[in-house]
Design a binder for this molecule. Sequence first.
Ligand SMILES: NC(=O)c1ccc[n+]([C@@H]2O[C@H](COP(=O)([O-])OP(=O)(O)OC[C@H]3O[C@@H](n4cnc5c(N)ncnc54)[C@H](O)[C@@H]3O)[C@@H](O)[C@H]2O)c1
Length: 720
Amino acid sequence: MTTTTTTLTHFSIRMDRHTAVVTMDLQGEAMNTLGPRLIDDFETVLTRLETDPDIRAVVITSAKRDFLVGADIRFLDQLTTTSAAEEAIKTTHELFARLERIRTRLGKPVVAAIDGNALGGGLELALACSMRIATDSPRTQLGQPETQLGVIPAGGGTQRLPKVIGIANALDMILAGKNVRVKKAKALGLVDEIVPTEMLTEIAVDRARKAVGSVDGKSPGLDLSPSGLQKAALETNPIGRSILFKQARQKLLTQTKGNYPAPERALEAIRIGVEEGPDAGYAAEARFFGELVVSPESAALRSIFFGQRSVDHETWVDAEPIDVKRVAMIGGGLMGGGISAVSALKAGAQVRIKEVDHAGVGRALAYVRNVVDTGVKRRHMRPFEGEKVMLAVSGSVDWTGFADTDLVIEAVFESLDLKRSIIAEVEAVTGDRTVFASNTSSLPITSIAEGASRPEAILGMHYFSPVEKMPLLEVIVTEQTADWALATAVAFGKRQGKTVIVVNDGPGFYTSRVLGPYGVEAFHLLAEGATVEAIDAAIEQWGMPVGPMRLADEVGLDVQAKIGRIMIDAFGDRMAAPDGIAGLEASGRKGRKNGRGFYSYDAGGERGGVDETVYADLGLGPRHEFDAQEIQERITLAFVNEAARCLEEGVLRSARDGDIGAVFGLGFPPFRGGPFFWVDQVGAAEIVARLDRLRDTHGSRFEAAQILRTHAESGEPFRS
Ligand SMILES: NC(=O)c1ccc[n+]([C@@H]2O[C@H](COP(=O)([O-])OP(=O)(O)OC[C@H]3O[C@@H](n4cnc5c(N)ncnc54)[C@H](O)[C@@H]3O)[C@@H](O)[C@H]2O)c1
């Protein structure tokens, strides 16, 4: 058997018994991405595949640990006009059409041999092939994540994916932009065969050779389950299809509230392809992509993508972190349970939980067990791995087992005295190089560290609930915090799977502080006569995941009042709720936790409608209609203005951190890119003008931050 190899810059072609094994290997990069360099070489490869009579079948594979991860996202920034983008897409369409014709017209089967990620353009390339064979590696995933960046799959994804896996499944994958693992991909008919990694190329060559001479063009895999048959019946007749598209659109609009144009356009491109044929479908795909790539929503989503990447690569401080092996968790409630779970499960540390009594220890262990069991059920880990995690977590009601602790994280009640007394106890049982982190949500770390004998080892690690799901960790440093302590907290946060931002100390740091004026403004509106529903609906329409009244119920009205007092002490009136609302605490309403808040809750804790008695309880007058835009402007500008103050005062080190913190910690609408990106998009001068109008009507709490005025005058953006 003879094999010959031809090498181009980014591809090699190896002949194996009339089968060309084409390997992608983008030089100088860790991953294969689809950009001008790869495309140039790919055209040469296609010419060879088309014209070489010795080639009867083709396998396409990769020399990297991923197959092909999609378009080079930096390249999207260069597409500054709709027409340039449309042209670029037409080139990609022609490229994949040529690949498709090799099998359909020339009768040479083409097999995509996939190990690692095949995403975006990577999956689209594979969809143009006759067959997809993927490895059983946990790293292997397939997906069309383009809508997450505010664009649509535009290498034929909206046209070929429905043909391979059916319309409903393709809508699911493309509209949500979520990747699928290989088993799911096989069940969908997206992958034809799953094989061990070591045998991928060998099996792919074998399947390609065997397919020579067979009829090409596959129909979707037939799903014989009742729901599968129902789907197939819906998709094959025009009335069924129109119902399917209508339902998908309705569901989408409920989720996005019309704020995300990309999935809507993707749905339309799929519909056009199905109803009007491929020419119209591909043309729509190119046109919509051209529109979307220059849209503000896509610019915002891409800025978050790059912002997160740069935050994740940030070192923050030039010091060696301690390699944390043993963590002590003081307080195993809602937050302590979650922090223990990610410390053992994701960071691989030994965790010792201290609680006030055995029941507390039991509750904390049950929390970790629940997270582990969910992970096993979702197949993120095997049962024995789950048991290993449980063995790494133990509990205690005294200080036994706390020597040799590298990192202590405290999540007891929000009380300054309690937190200080815990530091004193911890310092007595741990060594000089033990980092102490408080998960306080509002108390300044400097005050917590007052009286400590090792203040250099103290900092804040502020997590978000539920800890195992929320991606952000806000690390807070005081003027005394040592670099080694900061480096340790950042490194450990990353091991826990968190995106970490580092901020300087102050009451409420960044994330809790910006929520202060935001919640207070909602209370002002309530006192002026707006309904709870109107406030929440307007803010959710603006893009926040939950409105401020619902958020208050979730956080706990008692907790919010406590934080409120700390904020008023530090920042004065702009953090103070109007008079009637101050009686909220005395009314005994605590929100979801005691089933009485702005909303009512049933015995099972399920949220019902607004509790209409709340207005009378607070001595508030009759309700009247409020313009949604006024509600949105007042509440969101209060938030953004406070974020700007955090930057001005150096709590935030950069506008980038402010955007990432708000989006990942507080659910600030991703399509607006974060508070600073949004100010840039609207224009700082316009934001200041709006704040000035609000100040003239409602008072000094709307006085614009000086940094906003400076940017308004200079025209300099916050995010370059
Ligand atoms: N709940 C949130 O969304 C959230 C978010 C970020 C930060 N925080 C902060 O995290 C901390 C804990 O909040 P939580 O929601 O987990 O409260 P929680 O009431 O659920 O848990 C507190 C736990 O601390 C235990 N505890 C009290 N005193 C103790 C002591 N001396 N030694 C050991 N354990 C003790 C309690 O038994 C309880 O289990 C607070 O400072 C809070 O402000 C909360």
